[in-house]
Design a protein around this ligand. Structure first.
Ligand code: AMP
Ligand code: GLY
Length: 428
């Protein structure tokens, strides 16, 4: 009892995690590094960067932190969890070796192939000419092809090329011009899958897992999925595409097998399994895995968890998920991200945010890019706030969230007007 928790990160995802953990009767203190003004209402924010692993370790040891929850992927890849565990600290997230599930597309595709887990056909290349020859086998048949940099490339390392010109430009860009540095030393060239995209989240202790639920992100900046990709402009939980049959397929063919495969490969996976899936006519196939919670998806997941999240995260760290259960709420959540006009390109900061006090009490607002300056709440990033409603279904949640969003304003505020629309199409 009276546990101390450290949450690493500063976005809407971390605000949602802190909001959920703050409800735990087992926790008496939450620290967040570096946190944000929204998180500051629930936790003590400490000015250490999410990537400053040595300072984080020093802080966690000095403050006798019982559990550290890692938000973003970068500290995972740098081995934060390994270093914390070597020092006797519990940290929820995968080791650096297991985080390759997100950090290396070549590693993951080879793992999926070896263990027969459904994914797009592909080949991995270190040689630019060979990569191009393989890409041409698709484009010569008039098929699109997907070019992926092996490593992390700030969400820009995947190009869905509709024709040869686009494919060859993407390969040159990654392998010859090294636009993403070392991340483009190797590439994966793969079949373009058709279907509906959905993300599925589960928590693993290395051997066993607890399924959370599915969510759908809206990556592109403009309505109808147009314009450049962003971190995510909105999300909803419990997408209607996710039938009980599909759910079972995802668990039996993807989530269970990948956890087993990672253990067999000697790098058991502990933490969040975030599977990006394409629901094709042949069933669900893996597009990618992430080694962390999604943002904004976490903002529509946390309010759906009925009980206490803390014991589950702690049990995952101790390898004791067997016998645990996650109880979920009925209905669904919808999150609309309020962004700075211009994002994901150039945008202005420092705009006064108004209207939050007018919101209905059952609306949640998670801060992403905000700052307090002389007592005033100002915008301070591309994604500024996530506004979340929960209702008995997606249509009601959409109606409510947009009614509330209209009460909030800041100069050049921009948001998508069609979050959840895809789900409505399916429901009618
Ligand atoms: P990834 O980072 O691998 O998830 O790729 C980013 C986005 O590219 C995904 O969310 C999909 O929209 C798209 N994508 C990736 N791989 C494929 C594929 N094989 N077929 C179609 N679209 C894809
Ligand atoms: N919303 C996409 C991500 O968290 O990667």
């Amino acid at each position: 009892m009276a546990k101390k928790v450290l949450v690493i990160g500063q976005g809407g995802r971390e605000h949602a995690l802190v909001w959920k953990l703050a409800q735990s009767p087992e926790i008496n203190k939450i620290f967040a590094v570096p946190g944000n003004p929204g998180i500051a209402g629930l936790a003590e924010c400490v000015d250490i960067g999410a990537g400053e692993v040595d300072k984080l370790l020093e802080f966690a040891l000095a403050n006798k932190i019982d559990l550290t929850v890692v938000g973003p992927e970068a500290p995972l890849m740098e081995g934060l969890v390994d270093i914390f565990e070597e020092n006797g600290l519990k940290a929820f997230g995968p080791s650096a070796a297991a985080a390759r599930l997100e950090g290396s597309k070549v590693f993951t595709k080879n793992l999926l192939k070896k263990y027969g887990i459904p994914t797009a056909d592909y080949e991995a290349f270190e040689d630019i000419d060979a990569a191009k020859r393989y890409a041409r086998t698709y484009t010569a048949q008039g098929k699109a092809v997907v070019v992926k940099a092996d490593g992390l490339a700030a969400g820009k390392g995947v190009v869905v090329a509709k024709n040869w010109d686009e494919a060859s430009r993407a390969i040159d860009n990654m392998m010859r011009d090294r636009s993403f540095g070392k991340a483009g030393e190797k590439v994966v060239i793969e079949e373009c899958l058709e279907g509906e995209e959905v993300s599925f989240f589960a928590i693993s202790d290395g051997k066993n897992y607890l399924p959370l639920l599915a969510a759908q992100d809206h990556k592109q900046v403009f309505d109808n999925d147009e314009g450049p990709n962003t971190g995510g402009m909105g999300a909803y939980s419990n997408p209607p595409v996710y039938s009980p049959k599909l759910y079972q397929q995802v668990l039996d063919k993807i989530i269970g097998p990948v956890i087993e495969a990672m253990a067999k490969e000697g790098c058991p996976y502990k933490g969040v399994v975030y599977a990006g899936l394409m629901i094709t006519r042949e069933g669900p196939k893996v597009l990618e895995f992430n080694a962390r919670f999604g943002d904004p998806e976490t903002q529509v997941l946390m309010p759906m968890i009925k009980g206490d999240l803390f014991p589950l995260l702690e049990a995952a760290c101790e390898g004791k998920l067997v016998g645990q259960a996650i109880e979920l709420e009925e209905g669904a959540c919808v999150c609309v991200v309020l962004a700075s006009g211009g994002y994901p390109g150039d945008y202005e900061k420092g705009k006064l945010i108004e209207g939050l006090e007018k919101l209905d009490s059952d609306i949640l607002v998670f801060h992403a890019g905000t700052i307090i300056d002389k007592g005033r709440l100002l915008s301070n990033g591309g994604r500024v706030l996530g506004v979340v409603s929960k209702a008995n279904g997606i249509p009601a949640a959409i109606e409510k969230v947009y009614k509330e969003v209209e009460k909030i304003s800041f100069d050049l505020m921009y948001y998508r007007k069609d979050i959840g629309k895809k789900a409505l199409k399916r429901e009618v």
